[in-house]
Design a binder for this molecule. Structure first.
Ligand SMILES: Cc1ncc(COP(=O)(O)O)c(C=O)c1O
Length: 463
């Protein structure tokens, strides 16, 4: 959308009402066609010389009225059926889009506004200027050897892995890595994979889709209760040992040893999802489980939290005996990470920019975590906060679903723990997972205030 499509005129004292009128008129007359993507509130506010909140509120009210549609992650657009009818035709009903709330504290997202654009651009420029011709051809499904070398060294140094470049397989995020592992497990005769009773639904779905049964094991304050594995007898277990997702606990050292022992005794595999291992605040980093046994652990790593999920950049570290099967499963047609991203990442890590970015973000996230805990500790219990980009918040006497409803009234999106629960879990753990990383610097304090209102007992939040 071009800002000129809006005949805003002089917006006068009630800028929000004026802006909303301008939008309605532009949509009614067809100057803004259904489906037109709108600029972000920040950009539009800049273009029109308005406060960002004015634009945010105008968008939000127009969404409620059915003129616009807001989708998380894909911005705001003109509603597909927003134009007014030609005379004599049946009036269109406003679409039933889920209203986009103003504040977003869902877990699992980094602060995208802090993406190190300049350093990344420099890495891309160097890459494209210096890459050999051969790099512009079809890429080996194993991944570029330069990146695999760099990732192996980085993981050894930062996460305590035992890996050579040959064990690293580059993939389109941890999601593709898990799909590959699932397919290989199935072909190797595995029928069942155990997962933590709270975890990512998309990961459970990926395993099911591959044709595997997925059974939950309990999680308590020491992480996954791996003593149940002998009874469940799966062919593999998927764990988040450094920082359980979403409950936030680390797997106790006794259990780390026990699960490795189980895998060795039974000839099974541990799939270690190390999605945010770099962000630990209270203690020295918990090394990756793979460091204990590189023959029985398949390690899943990703740049989705440390940099940005949109890069779709991840890596598997695979035991020697599985490398061939994983690479064959990936196949030439499935290559998902282009050479520019692979070589830019190589450069980014080698130049020290990756470590610098992680240090900066860790300091920023630590400050936010402290602010968050400081502001809500009097209202609620906060757990799982020694690492990562989210905490778990619960309030005695209020269910997670109730908290989510209260949050929505404060224009705040949060995720209830239930969202992550395996359907067969018997845990009575309740509450919500609160991500504190995603909001940009300017959105953070508004989101935090909305959370405090959600949790406090004043009249606005009550209900
Ligand atoms: C538990 C967990 N694992 C892995 C990932 C990363 O997935 P990907 O690398 O596919 O973006 C996420 C991101 O949301 C996550 O929450």
């Amino acid at each position: 959308m071009n800002t000129l499509d809006l005949h805003v005129g002089r917006l006068g004292r009630n800028a929000r009402a004026g802006l909303m009128d301008a939008f309605r008129e532009a949509i009614r007359t067809g100057r803004l066609a259904p489906g037109t993507r709108l600029p972000s509130s920040r950009v539009l506010a800049n273009d029109l010389g308005l406060g960002r909140n004015t634009v945010v509120r105008a968008y939000s009210e127009l969404i409620n009225e059915g003129w616009l549609m807001g989708q998380h992650g894909s911005g705001t657009e003109v509603a597909r059926r927003a134009a007014e009818p030609a005379p004599g035709r049946e009036p269109p009903r406003p679409p039933r889009a889920r209203p986009q709330l103003v504040h977003d504290l869902r877990p699992g997202r980094p602060d995208l506004s802090s993406f190190p654009r300049e350093e990344w651009i420099r890495a891309v420029k160097r890459t494209v200027s210096t890459a050999p011709f051969e790099a512009f051809g079809y890429t080996n499904p194993h991944g570029r050897s330069e990146l695999r070398e760099v990732i192996a060294r980085y993981l050894a140094r930062a996460r305590g892995l035992r890996a050579r470049a040959g064990n690293v397989v580059v993939c389109g995020g941890a999601a593709e890595g898990l799909r590959l592992v699932a397919a290989v497990l199935l072909k190797a005769g595995v029928t069942t994979v155990a997962v933590e009773e709270f975890g990512l639904q998309t990961q459970r779905e990926a395993l099911l889709k591959a044709g595997l049964d997925v059974v939950p094991i309990p999680v308590d304050a020491d992480g996954a209760d791996v003593s149940t594995l002998d009874e469940v007898a799966p062919g593999a277990v998927l764990l988040t040992p450094s920082h359980q997702f979403p409950l936030g606990v680390a797997l106790h050292s006794d259990r780390r040893a026990a699960v490795v022992d189980w895998a060795r005794r039974r000839g099974t595999l541990i799939i270690e999802d190390d999605y945010d291992g770099e962000f630990r605040y209270d203690r020295s980093p918990v090394g990756a489980l793979q460091g204990l046994d590189h023959d029985h652990v398949i390690y899943l790593g990703t740049a989705s939290k440390s940099l940005a999920p949109g890069l779709r950049l991840g890596w598997l570290v695979v035991p020697d005996h599985l490398v061939g099967a994983i690479v064959a499963e990936k196949g030439w047609a499935e290559e998902t990470v282009g050479f520019v991203n692979q070589l830019a990442m190589t450069d980014f890590v080698e130049s020290g920019a990756y470590d610098r970015h992680i240090r900066t973000m860790r300091a920023q996230y630590r400050r936010r975590r402290e602010q968050l805990v400081g502001m809500i500790a009097q209202h609620a219990r906060v757990t799982g906060m020694s690492a990562g980009l989210h905490v778990v918040v619960d309030q005695p006497g209020r269910t997670g679903a109730e908290l989510v409803r209260r949050a929505a009234r404060e224009q705040l999106t949060v995720e209830p723990l239930d969202f992550f629960r395996h359907p067969a879990s018997t845990s009575d753990r309740d509450g919500m997972a609160i991500g504190f990383a995603a909001p940009s610097a300017s959105a953070w304090s508004g989101a935090l205030d909305a959370l405090v209102r959600t949790l406090s007992n004043d009249r606005r939040g009550a209900g």
